[in-house]
Design a protein around this ligand. Structure first.
Ligand SMILES: Nc1ncnc2c1ncn2[C@@H]1O[C@H](COP(=O)(O)O)[C@@H](O)[C@H]1OP(=O)(O)O
Ligand SMILES: [Mg+2]
Ligand SMILES: [Mg+2]
Ligand SMILES: [Mg+2]
Length: 344
């Protein structure tokens, strides 16, 4: 008899893998050496991105050897640059959760710098609408990471094209869900008492949760919900810091049509999805700047599930994102249509 998968094991591995990888990125965040390279599309990648991807894939391979993986980075630059490879290898070896049972869940160590490269390149699946596929963005918002702003470590499991599990590690967001949305990084990001930001998660049909990120095992979690929004004109909306990622002019026009007077809160990465899911903000608008930009699955899968499980609705048909509480989503879409329609 077939049993239904509750995704408990997948969630546990995903949470611990993201927590450990976030620890690695945080050490790079505080260090002067970030080993930044520019990729062929001119976007940056750092030793933090490579190291986090290696750690997450290593854990997935040991726990779910038959699953496919679509991840943002590839090992080519590390194959060509020995010094950079050694720096990443060093980070990967050092990144350990202090709880040995948590490390045990994640599986054995990465054996050598060479095998680390192969592990990074295991994330080269083409993806598709069939089977079990993990999507990894080892550092989402690399520009924010380099600027000293928000970033997120993102992992999602899709089964036959449907997102079942989503996890976001946001080391620079406040631990508390009730802190109002603000720009910059929270005081909780300072590593006091081993706390360093927040870990969001969701399993399809089971709601969304948040918990403090920890350097050992998983902290206690609690359910999160989007904030009820009765009057849309009182909404707080968030958008990208980077004007090249989302049209801030269009967002301002849409907000004005909706009667929104509060200025937007600009933050990098999928930290925006987590922030509205926990009720710290209300809306997330991402509006295309270039017709030819195709959004990537690893940039949205986890955040999209977390918002939907927290009672929100999203729309992201390849071009842009509109995430809002269910009750007002239609209204926001109407304003988006009007503003973008006027530009045609
Ligand atoms: N031209 C672009 N348009 C939209 N998004 C982009 C563009 N270039 C990079 N990104 C991706 O935008 C996301 C962060 O944007 P934002 O902080 O504006 O929400 C990241 O996923 C980033 O990738 P990356 O994972 O490499 O940082
Ligand atoms: Mg990138
Ligand atoms: Mg990204
Ligand atoms: Mg990235």
């Amino acid at each position: 008899m077939a049993t239904t998968n509750t995704y408990d094991h997948e969630l546990n591995v995903a949470l611990l893998a993201v927590q450990r990888a976030t620890l690695l990125t945080k050490s790079v965040f505080h260090s002067h050496t970030k080993g930044t390279l520019n990729k062929s599309d001119a976007s940056p990648v750092t030793i933090g991105d490579f190291g986090a991807q290696a750690l997450i894939i290593a854990a997935l391979q040991l726990n779910f050897p038959d699953d496919e993986i679509v991840a943002e980075e590839e090992a080519k630059d590390l194959r060509e640059n020995g010094q950079l490879r050694e720096t990443v290898w060093d980070l990967v070896q050092k990144a350990k959760l202090s709880d040995s049972s948590a490390e045990k869940v994640l599986g054995g160590e990465v054996k050598s710098a060479e095998s680390m490269l192969d592990i990074i390149d295991k994330g080269a699946s083409q993806g598709g609408a069939k089977g079990r596929i993990w999507a990894i963005d080892p550092i989402d918002g690399t520009k924010g990471f380099l600027r000293g702003g928000q970033y997120a470590v993102c992992l999602a499991l899709m089964v036959d094209g449907d997102v079942k599990v989503g996890v976001l590690g946001c080391p620079n967001l406040p631990v508390s869900d009730s802190e109002p949305l603000k720009e910059g990084i929270g005081a909780d990001a300072s590593d006091e008492e081993g706390k360093f930001g927040v870990l969001f998660s969701a399993v399809q049909g089971k709601g969304a949760q948040s918990r403090a990120l920890s350097k050992s095992g998983l902290a206690e979690s609690h359910d999160i919900k989007m904030k009820p929004l009765t009057n849309i004109s009182e909404a707080t909306f968030c958008e990208s810091v980077e004007a090249g990622h989302s049209s801030q002019g269009d967002a301002a026009a849409i907000a004005s049509k909706l009667g929104i007077t509060k200025p937007s809160v600009r933050m990098d990465s999928q930290a925006k999805y987590g922030s509205i899911a926990r009720g710290a903000g209300d809306l997330y608008l991402r509006l295309p700047v270039r017709k030819d930009y195709v959004e990537k699955i690893w940039d949205h899968a986890a955040g999209d599930l977390i918002v939907r499980e927290a009672g929100g609705r999203t729309l992201k048909e390849n071009k842009g994102v509109v995430a809002a509480p269910k009750d007002v989503h239609g209204k926001v879409i109407e304003a988006v249509r009007e503003v973008l329609g006027e530009k045609e």
